[in-house]
Design a protein. Sequence first.
Length: 149
Amino acid sequence: MTTPIKPFEILLLEDEPADAHLVRVSLKEARVHCRLHHVLDGREGLDFLRRQPPYQTELRPDLILLDLNMPRMNGLEFLAAVKADDSLSNIPVIVLTTSEVERDVIASYKSGAAGYITKPVEIEQFVAAIAQLTDYWFVLTRLPRENQP
């Protein structure tokens, strides 16, 4: 009897419903074996990672996809908080944003981002970008699997 392969856990921080939907569709089209968790801002993202209510039973994500421009706590503030927390700092965070501003790119990498992707405008390009992203992180690289309920 073989043990079923656990799906990858992805946490998406995105306040724009249409972009969150595009990520979900793109992952499905790329046939990524994952569970996508979606939160709306950095505060909610930290609650998820720290298993605060209502997220007490959620698994630790293998990868975080992060928008920069969000209400309450923006992406850079969230990224700094995650990378400052020893229990969370080894989770790769990929910035997935509309910003093409160089200072955002520099600030993201300085704050510990593992990658920076500007969201393509065309749907086909967006789907292709997500497919390439997941191929890299879930096929080519080895991630620590520390998921524990």
